[in-house]
Design a protein around this ligand. Structure first.
Ligand SMILES: [Zn+2]
Length: 271
């Protein structure tokens, strides 16, 4: 069975045979029992987010605190004129929260879902969502997907590689990107830092893409316990950059009303 995958070694198309993907040169990649395939060539140690960070993020996301962003993604995706069986590629899919949102946005379509992450551990979480998605270990800078096969790519807080997005998208294909807004997690930063800074936003223009829409998505979420505050804190990069003294300040808080604000950007690849 033909797939959109290409061989990471020789770039020829990968076909599925039983529990493996293989190319005409017989380079073979086995699909793990848990449901993902490792298409990353170089073996390395711990990649991407660690287990504790992943578990915290999944617990937090599954509590629905970022559901306003997931809903905005669903609305944006549902409004696009996608073909009947679109190929959706989630770049840096993590534990699959936004890929699941994308799936539910297209109830009448039969999307072909692809999600990759540099972290095998993240894909173990994603596989448990049972999305019937093709999950694979890969880098954003060498995506083992054939040229011009993707109808819509998702990039939610993940490494950005313009060349690979342009290569894998069809002409006229879409890129849906979410980035933290300037005031995202402001109250948490106020709690930690003596002099907090707002997030810096990069310019929205991307060469080779037309910006179709830009939506600011924001709400204040109420964290009602120290446990919930810790889940949020541990899924942020601040957790790993904060001194023990400043971590104590977070540990002392019982409740926190915190702004969860994002920019959702929809682009179309120029032909
Ligand atoms: Zn090959």
């Amino acid at each position: 069975m033909q797939t959109a995958f290409i061989c990471p070694i020789c770039k020829a198309p990968l076909a599925r045979e039983g529990k493996s993907l293989l190319c005409p040169m017989r380079h073979t990649f086995d699909i793990a029992k848990s449901g993902y395939v490792n298409l990353l060539l170089k073996k390395a140690g711990q990649h991407g987010d660690n287990d504790a960070m992943l578990a915290a993020r999944q617990g937090f996301l599954n509590s629905g605190y970022y559901s306003h962003l997931a809903n905005a993604l669903k609305e944006a995706l549902a409004s696009l004129p996608l073909p009947a069986s679109p190929a959706i590629l989630d770049c840096g899919t993590g534990e699959g929260y936004y890929l699941e949102a994308a799936r539910s946005a297209l109830p009448d379509a039969s999307p072909r879902l692809y999600g990759f992450d540099i972290s095998k551990q993240a894909l173990l979480f994603a596989a448990k969502r049972r999305l019937d998605a093709s999950l694979f270990v890969a880098s954003a800078y060498a995506v083992p997907i054939a040229d011009g096969t993707v109808d819509a790519a998702l990039l939610f807080f993940s490494p950005f590689c313009r060349e690979e997005l342009l290569r894998t998208l069809k002409a006229g294909g879409y890129l849906l990107m979410a980035v933290p807004a300037e005031e995202h997690l402001w109250e948490l930063k106020q709690l930690i830092y003596d002099t907090p800074y707002r997030n810096a936003l990069s310019p929205f223009d991307i060469e080779g893409f037309t910006l179709l829409s830009h939506r600011h998505v924001e709400r204040v979420i109420d964290l009602a316990s120290q446990e919930e505050i810790q889940l949020l804190f541990q899924m942020t990069p601040y957790y790993y950059k904060t001194s023990p003294r400043d971590k104590e300040k977070v540990r002392a808080a019982d409740t926190l009303a915190v702004t969860a604000a994002f920019e959702l950007l929809v682009y179309q690849k120029q032909s």
